[in-house]
Design a protein around this ligand. Structure first.
Ligand code: KG4
Ligand code: ZN
Length: 333
């Protein structure tokens, strides 16, 4: 199918045209960072107003860049949740209006499913089922077993902060600008990851759950000590990043010990992190399981991944444009 994707669940106004859930004909994303940076985080009201101002042009832009017109499309895919309600409503309203006016089928996609199927974009050889996905973003950190496009099961999740949230909060402690993840990674490049041993907290050995708020808190307490005040920020950043990566990789290794997977997928905004990518690939090599990491532009929020998920889950996510409602707490299954 030739699908138009629309994603406005958080602060990226994103549209894309994707063919067969693989070939990305256009991928437009307008980042709102400059509007949120001075507040040190995303301001929901600003995010929804920016989406409302930008989305119509972003839809035109995606179609123009792809060289297609609305009547050539086979459907419209939109993120229905989870996310910020005001942001979601803008994308959902636009998708409903477009579907209603054109008569095109409308597909409502769970944002997290989008991150999982990002691994199929622009790949000649996609991951085989069943695969294990480590989904790490600003709002979520979870391990998902994907037996087929419609059989997805969360087998482990964070008990507190998401990994991206821990990066963002620790970046703020280090005086780095928003968004913190990429800034912290850049700082960590010049640091020694073994300089400080921040605790790797692993909730109950019996589960695959994870925890990150303890690492962030120990960085905060450390920075208040005399040694912390004297420490190189590069070393603190590198040591924090190493602790988060260790926890994540330990969880994946345990999951791989418990069941047979034909592929390992790393996705979500934090999947753009180079240290995590290297550790993930190394784990796959040690266990003889192929690893799949989306291109950087498909790791962070984008609309191509929403079309990729709709393509594979069309049977279960087709909705009536009149009754679709954005759901900020949309459940994973
Ligand atoms: O998937 P995403 O774009 O939005 C959500 O659905 O949350 O993820 C955004 C998160 C932010 O917390 C951001 O700091 C983090 O991903 N992130 C990174 C990197 N790039 C983005 N974290 C660590 N290293 C990076 N290079
Ligand atoms: Zn996301």
């Amino acid at each position: 199918m030739l699908l138009l994707g629309i994603e406005t669940s958080c602060d990226d106004t994103a549209t894309a045209v994707v063919d067969e859930g693989v070939r990305v004909l256009s991928n437009v994303s307008t980042n709102q960072d400059e509007f949120h940076a001075k507040y040190g985080g995303i301001v929901p009201e600003i995010a929804s107003r920016r989406h409302a101002a930008l989305l119509s042009a972003a839809v035109d832009d995606a179609l123009t860049r792809a060289g297609v017109t609305l009547d050539q499309l086979d459907g419209i895919a939109v993120t229905a949740g989870p996310g910020l309600i005001g942001s979601l409503v803008v994308g959902v309203a636009a998708a409903k209006a477009l579907a209603f006016a054109t008569g095109l089928p409308l597909y409502a996609v769970n944002h997290l499913h989008g991150h999982l199927f990002a691994a199929f974009l622009e790949r000649a050889q996609p991951p085989e089922y069943p695969f294990l996905a480590l989904l790490v973003s600003g709002g979520h950190s979870q391990l998902v077993e994907v037996a087929s496009p419609t059989a997805l099961r969360v087998i482990g999740k964070t008990r507190d902060d998401a990994a991206g949230e821990a990066f963002d909060k620790t970046a703020r402690l280090l005086g780095l600008p928003f968004p913190g993840g990429p800034a912290l990674e850049a700082l960590a490049r010049d640091g020694n990851p073994k300089m400080f041993a921040f605790p790797r907290h692993r909730p109950d050995p019996g589960t695959l759950d994870m925890s990150f708020s303890g690492i962030k808190t120990s960085v905060r307490y450390f920075l208040e000590t005399d040694a912390g005040k004297r420490a190189r920020r590069e070393d603190v950043a590198a040591s924090f990043q190493a602790a988060v990566v260790d926890v994540l990789i330990d969880r994946v290794a345990r999951a791989v010990d418990r069941a047979e997977y034909r592929a390992l997928v790393l996705s979500g905004g934090v999947a753009a992190n180079g240290a995590l990518q290297s550790a993930f690939v190394a784990l796959g090599e040690r266990r003889g399981i192929p690893t799949f990491i989306p291109e950087r532009r498909f790791c962070t929020d984008n609309a191509a991944m929403i079309a990729a998920a709709a393509e594979r889950r069309a049977g279960v996510c087709r909705v009536d444009p009149i009754t679709l409602v954005a759901d900020p707490n949309l459940r994973f299954n």
